[in-house]
Design a binder for this molecule. Structure first.
Ligand SMILES: [Zn+2]
Length: 412
């Protein structure tokens, strides 16, 4: 397949190859270059072999081609409705059917790689295998994005998201669940280090959940298997503990202190930067409504996001899709917060492409349009380097080399 476009985003996200072309063979990009250089050989190949690599042609002379986006924090098990836990009363088969549709919604929103950070009974892992099984190379395709999954998140008895089945009371149980998740196919381990808003009967959002040594045990067990750890941490104390334990990514990272205020600790932020720990702030696609819903702290959380960016912390894009107000496929809307905070579009695009890919251990496979990379591409109407809103005008998605036409973009 040969795709030509008026603009092809460079791997560094700071410019375009004008009037460019991308050659795809099977599920990989094999060449990127000026249309004039690639189109002719492709035409010749087509003439010689009607089924050859140039046989299928897609031309988008006025559009921009960019890598498929990465949403580094989703929960396919939740329905993104006002009561996301209500759906958990469904059977696993019913849930899996709903999750298939949500995976399609992610693709509709231009997401070709997603990290699922907590399910029940390994359902996201089942879906990941199903999507991979339906594609030529076993990595993804029109059924949904390539999924990296955590399986069952670790939490203390009665802790945040205990209803997903991951309650672990001691070090032995922690190690056993980490191993069980990895054996089931998990490629990331999720630990609930603080309380969370979804769990009304659990610890408060700013409270640490685990005793001090527990997180280190989880990190040790996961890292022995070469698997990274994502720590859910809203509270400032939980964030400090996660940094101390050398987790790989900190999720949410809202710096909430006892009582519900927001206070960032500069010494902890310095360590996040020094250790290269990635931060996934999980910005809702409906972020612009949050100041009305959480008048006491939404603006303060936006402000710490800005300060984290300015400090040089490496942020990655994520939506927490599935929880209240966080619809699937809303990543482009979510990125609008960073634009609102004054972050350059180039850096915002990196958060959802190269930076996220690196953080997920996929830096040489996805997040850029380059030879050898998986053929995960978006065609958008407009120039996202000058108008981030172009990311909402997706006319085609190519997932692992397969063309997918999204549904009309849902309104906000
Ligand atoms: Zn989450």
């Amino acid at each position: 397949m040969l795709i030509t476009a008026g603009r092809v985003l460079s791997p560094t996200c700071d410019g375009y190859l004008k009037d460019g072309a991308v050659l795809i063979e099977d599920h990989r990009v094999t060449a990127v270059g000026p249309r004039s250089e690639l189109a002719e050989p492709a035409d010749a190949a087509q003439a010689a072999d009607r089924d050859g690599p140039g046989a299928e042609r897609l031309d988008f002379p006025d559009a921009t081609l960019l890598p498929g986006l990465i949403d580094a924090h989703v929960h396919l098990i939740f329905d993104a409705g006002p009561e996301p836990l209500a759906g958990l009363q469904q059977s696993n088969e019913e849930l899996l059917a709903a999750m298939r549709l949500r995976a399609r919604q992610l693709l509709d929103g231009g997401v070709t790689t997603a990290r699922d950070l907590g399910d029940r009974d390994g359902l996201a892992l089942r879906l990941a295998a199903e999507i991979a099984g339906g594609s030529a190379d076993g990595v993804g395709g029109p059924g949904g994005p390539h999924l990296l999954c955590a399986g069952t998140p670790l939490t203390p008895p009665g802790g945040h998201c205990h209803f997903l089945g991951g309650e672990v009371a001691d070090a032995t149980a922690i190690r056993a669940l980490v191993r069980a998740n990895i054996e089931a196919g998990a490629t990331v381990v999720k630990v609930m280090e603080s309380g969370g808003g979804l769990t009304k009967d659990g610890p408060r959002i700013w409270e640490r959940q685990f005793p001090p040594e527990a997180l280190a045990v989880a990190v040790d067990e996961a890292h022995r298997a070469g698997v990274p750890v994502a720590a859910h941490a809203h509270g400032t104390e939980a964030i400090a503990a996660a940094v101390q334990a050398d987790v790989d990514t900190i999720e949410h990272c809202t710096w909430i202190v006892p009582g519900g205020g927001v206070e960032m600790r500069d010494d902890v932020l310095e360590q996040i930067v020094a250790k290269g720990i990635r931060v996934c702030p999980t910005i809702s696609p409906n972020w612009h409504r949050l100041p009305q819903i959480f008048p006491d702290r939404a603006e303060a959380i936006f402000d710490v996001c800005r300060r984290m960016v300015e400090s040089g912390a490496r942020l990655i894009a994520g939506t927490d899709a599935g929880v209240q107000r966080a619809r699937f496929g809303g990543l482009a809307d979510s990125l609008g917060l960073y634009e609102h905070l004054g972050v350059p579009n180039r850096d915002i695009l990196r958060m959802a492409t190269t930076e996220a890919a690196d953080a997920l251990g996929l830096g040489d496979l996805v997040g850029a349009i380059a030879p050898g990379f998986r053929a995960d591409l978006l065609v958008v109407d407009g120039d996202p380097l000058t108008d981030l809103g172009a990311l909402r005008r997706i006319s085609a998605v190519i997932a692992a080399g397969q063309l997918y036409r999204p549904e009309a973009a849902p309104s906000r």
